[in-house]
Each structure stands twice: as structure tokens, then as C-alpha cells.
Design a protein around this ligand. Structure first.
Ligand code: HEM
Length: 238
């Protein structure tokens, strides 16, 4: 089975720090909002951890942004195809019905086009709208006693708290959908394994890229690298 290198170490660290931080932020946020119902850590610890994780997420998001801009990987998120809507529709039809009939994925993934149109739109919204809204409102709520005038000018704690909570529910919804979609590769753990180790095993279409030169810029020289099929079949169904 051939395998292709998709995710650099930086991308994987950015992704998993973000995932871990958001999961813990959701939990500690629940404890802060409903301390009577959710009280594993206790209100004080949950609040301190929530603030620390919020700052960690801000740093991670800024580093991730720099990485994606300088490596030009940010272009992966920008819808480009002229038949974008057609492809988006095909992908939606696959998620809604094709997948349950065992049809193949309508859009073949490759290292220069890792994301299908629906992923591009979703990740663009999550990273450029939801995440900034969550981080900025969180920062302003944290700073309400430090810079009360700024908080007031931007709508006060009631508005900021409402936006912060709504954005958190947005993340919860994304999270459920994202985990479900992460499991629909050729095996339930195939995509998750790829996001952990960088390499993705390809069932078909992989050889198309075998002769293409991997990208050379900014430490991405490994991305797109293809390892030829192994001779022994030690991977069970693969
Ligand atoms: C709420 C926290 C999370 C956020 C904001 C998030 C965000 C993202 C983003 C932006 C990508 C695209 C990365 C790229 O292709 O360059 C991605 C991919 C991926 N994520 Fe997450 N993720 C989160 C949590 C998780 C969790 C908990 C899992 C696994 C259980 C997971 C599994 C994956 C996998 C397998 C991919 C690659 C396949 C794909 O693009 O769907 N993520 N995630």
C-alpha cells in the first residue's frame, strides 16, 4: 500500500494543541457556567485552567497563522475551483446519501488539495470567524476588571458573555461533526492516524503523484512524498 505524507510536524502540533485546548476549554467552561452540575475540578481550578488554556490557544492560533501564511499552506483553505459549487454539491450529496450506499469519495484528496470544498468553507469559518470571536470575547471578559472602559465600549459583559457562550456552542457543534467526518476514511481511524503521524495510506489514485516532485519551500519538502507500496501485506485489510 502506497502512503503519502500530508501533515508536517508543525501542522500536527498546531492541530492537536488546538484540539486539546478546545476540548479542555469546553469542559472548564461548563464547570464555570454550571458549577453545581459539572464539578470535576472545582470552580476555582476550572477558572484558572480556563484562563491559561485561553492564552495558550491564542498563542497557538497566532503561531499557526504565521506558519500557514509563510508556507503558503493557507491557500489550501481558499476556495479556488471554478466549479466550486458543483464540487461542493457533490460532496454534500456524498455526506447525505452516497456514504451510506458505500459510494467512493467524490473528490480525490492530494497533497496540493487536501481539503474538499465543504471542508474549506467550514475551516475558513471556524478559523476566521468562530475562533477569533471566541478568543477576543474571552480576552475582553478576562480583562473586564483590568480595562473596564474598553469592555463597556465593546458592549459590556452581557453582550461579550453571550457571544462567548454562543461561539462555544458553535465549537461544540463543529466538534461533533468534525469527529464524525474524521472517521469516514477508508478505515475509521485512517484519517486520525494520518493527523497523528503525517502519513496517509492511499487506496487508489496515490501513484498519480508518485512522480511529482514534493514541494521544496519552507520545510515542506516532505509534503507530497510518496512511499511505494510495500511488498508484504502486513496491514490486514490494507
Ligand atoms: C475543536 C477542536 C478542533 C479543531 C478546531 C480542529 C480543526 C481542524 C482543522 C482546521 C483541520 C484541517 C487541517 C489541515 O488539513 O491542514 C483539521 C483536520 C483534521 N482533524 Fe481536527 N480539529 C479539532 C479537533 C479534532 C479532533 C478531536 C480530532 C480527532 C478525534 C480531529 C481530527 C482531525 C483529522 C483526522 C483531520 C484531517 C482530516 C480532515 O481534514 O478532516 N480534530 N482539524
Amino acid at each position: 500500500m502506497a502512503r503519502i505524507y500530508y501533515y508536517t510536524v508543525h501542522e500536527r502540533i498546531w492541530h492537536w494543541v488546538q484540539a486539546a485546548a478546545i476540548m479542555l476549554l469546553m469542559w472548564t467552561g461548563l464547570e464555570i457556567h454550571h458549577p453545581q452540575t459539572w464539578s470535576l475540578l472545582g470552580f476555582q481550578t476550572a477558572t484558572t485552567l480556563h484562563n491559561l488554556l485561553g492564552f495558550a490557544l491564542i498563542v497557538n492560533a497566532l503561531l499557526g497563522l504565521l506558519y500557514h501564511v509563510f508556507t503558503e499552506e493557507i491557500l489550501q483553505y481558499v476556495p479556488q475551483h471554478k466549479d466550486f459549487f458543483d464540487m461542493a454539491w457533490k460532496q454534500a450529496a456524498y455526506y447525505l446519501s452516497g456514504i451510506f450506499r458505500g459510494e467512493p469519495h467524490p473528490i480525490e484528496k492530494d497533497p496540493d488539495n487536501k481539503l474538499n470544498p465543504l471542508q474549506k468553507v467550514t475551516y475558513l469559518l471556524i478559523l476566521n470567524l468562530l475562533l477569533p470571536a471566541q478568543l477576543v470575547t474571552g480576552l475582553l471578559i478576562w480583562g473586564a476588571q483590568r480595562w473596564p472602559q474598553l469592555t463597556e465600549r465593546l458592549g459590556g459583559l452581557v453582550l461579550l458573555g453571550t457571544v462567548h457562550t454562543l461561539a462555544a456552542w458553535g465549537f461544540a457543534a463543529f466538534f461533533l461533526l468534525h469527529i464524525y467526518l474524521a472517521t469516514i476514511g477508508h478505515t475509521p481511524l485512517a484519517n486520525i492516524k494520518a493527523m497523528l503521524v503525517g502519513w496517509e495510506e492511499q487506496h487508489h489514485g496515490a501513484h498519480k503523484h508518485a512522480s511529482e516532485a514534493p514541494r521544496r519551500r519552507y520545510g515542506l519538502s516532505q509534503v507530497g512524498r510518496v512511499e511505494a507500496p510495500r511488498t508484504s501485506t502486513s496491514q490486514g485489510d490494507e
